[in-house]
Design a protein around this ligand. Structure first.
Ligand code: ZN
Length: 474
């Protein structure tokens, strides 16, 4: 496809220009006709440019360093929105705006847990997002052991009066994160199922794949018709230990103290910026990531990386001097972690205006691991359109993958409204070692893998912008 060649050659021209005496990059297109490059040189030039310029990487570094953790609905998340607006401006984006919406605020305080019988042993614990607090002084109670969430859900109602329920069950490691969904059931619904049976609190084995003593937080939900009881997660090694204690002695008691606070209605918001299309400005290619993070780490892999990847990719395209025909819209969603609030708010704000003009949408929200495949959403035209551009990604080691993708968590709500989607699938083998823990920090990001992501997204938005397909077939 010649369009990709154009991007490559143009970016290469930029590289050449930047090697000269000037320290400032020239955004003008150098005479493309005079530059002849081999295919191998194309690949090298693109990837090395992304790496050497720190496209994406430096943005993630800035966000995680200057703002740090940015829990939904807090002042830190508001500071992150201000950071995003300033960054978009500095990078030269157009039509920068914030679309506010309201969320239920929640914060954690001191949290402890320990086995009190048959022997005293501390456990590393964290409250799950949205959990109610334990009463003053905490809760001490005998523990009812469940190997899996399904064992609890299938247990008869009642029978757990006054007990702390513990749900074990290990998450499977997988490149595509397939182990997350099944393991996550206990996090989402463990408190409700335990409360229905009379329990006073719940502990779960962390939803994660690491062997460190960091517990993994994450959002939980209460059913309307069940009592609200506190729920926390203990680290993997502590769960192993508790399993061993149970194997030798069933009469385990635990003391747990999870101090949490509902802070009432708080503001969140989506931050939006564009490169306005040169020929079809009303047609939108949306690339998103979420700006909020959990409070334990600095939200580097989740989802500072995604923020860097999508902002960096659009900036890379901008710097190439190429003018996309369609509008490239970058959306940094707020409050993803507490229930995709930004994704739903985006649909509410755009369904009566320009949602029907969204040609293609995707979100980067799976760390900074290398992309290995490209996948379309549902529908013949969506698949045909994505398949047509897929060969252009081979130079990055990315293959077309069958099957439908919703395009990412915050894209789900708009996909259900008929917006076509695309997904660049990342290697997430190690993602759940760090996810939602204090270990989610900037040092975990590999700059070379990040540069591959940025290059792939830059390539994708350019090709999608130039494509004759509207990915919809209407
Ligand atoms: Zn995320």
């Amino acid at each position: 496809m010649t369009s990709f060649k154009l991007l490559t050659v143009s970016v290469l021209a930029l590289t050449l220009a930047s090697c000269g005496a000037q320290t400032e990059l020239s955004l003008d297109i150098t005479n493309e006709d005079t530059i002849i490059v081999s295919d191998n040189a194309d690949v090298k030039a693109l990837s090395e440019l992304a790496l050497s310029k720190g496209y994406g990487y430096n943005i993630t570094k800035s966000l995680t360093t200057e703002i740090g953790p940015r829990l939904a609905g807090t002042a830190a998340e508001e500071n992150a929105r201000a950071w995003a607006v300033a960054k978009f401006k500095a990078l030269g984006f157009e039509n920068i705006s914030v679309e506010p919406f309201s969320v239920d605020g929640w914060e954690r305080g001191v949290e402890t847990a320990r086995i009190t019988s048959p022997s005293q042993q501390n456990l590393f614990v964290t409250a799950l997002g949205g959990s109610v607090s334990t009463p003053r002084g905490g809760i001490e109670a005998p523990v009812a052991y469940f190997k899996t969430f399904d064992d609890l859900a299938n247990a008869p109602e009642g029978g757990l009066d006054g007990k702390i329920v513990y749900i074990s069950g290990r998450m499977e490691r997988a490149r595509d994160g397939a182990g997350y969904g099944p393991a996550n059931k206990k996090r989402r619904s463990g408190a409700t199922e335990a409360a229905k049976r009379g329990a006073v609190a719940v502990l779960i084995r962390s939803v994660g794949t690491d062997s460190h003593r960091f517990p993994h937080t994450g959002q939980m939900r209460y059913a309307e018709d069940a009592k609200k009881i506190p729920i926390g997660a203990i680290s993997g090694p502590d769960a192993d230990q508790l399993d061993r204690v149970f194997a030798t002695d069933q009469s385990v008691t635990i003391h747990m103290d999870l101090n949490t606070r509902a802070t009432g209605a708080k503001m969140s918001g989506n931050v939006i910026a564009e490169i306005v299309g040169s020929e079809k400005p009303n047609e939108i290619i949306l690339i998103g990531a979420h700006l909020d993070s959990w409070d334990l780490g600095t939200g580097a892999i989740d989802d500072g990386a995604g923020v860097g990847i999508v902002m960096g990719a659009a900036k890379m395209l901008m710097d190439s001097g190429l003018k996309p025909k369609r509008t490239i819209r970058v959306v940094l969603f707020g409050a993803e972690e507490i229930g995709l609030k930004g994704g739903f708010a985006y649909v509410d704000a755009h369904k009566d205006t320009d949602l029907a003009n969204h040609i293609l949408a995707t979100e980067s929200d799976f760390g900074a691991g290398r992309i290995y495949s490209i996948q379309a959403g549902a529908g013949e035209e969506n698949i045909a359109g994505v398949k047509a551009i897929a060969p252009e990604f081979k130079f990055l080691g990315i293959e077309f993958q069958d099957g439908a993708s919703t395009g990412g968590p915050d894209i789900g709500p708009m996909a259900r409204e008929g917006v076509p989607t695309i997904r660049l699938n990342q290697d997430g083998t190690d993602y759940f070692d760090l996810h939602h823990t204090p270990d989610d920090t900037f040092d975990k990001i590999d700059p070379e893998a990040m540069a591959q992501n940025v290059t792939a997204y830059a390539t994708m938005i350019w090709l999608a912008s130039e494509s004759d397909s509207n990915f919809k077939g209407e």
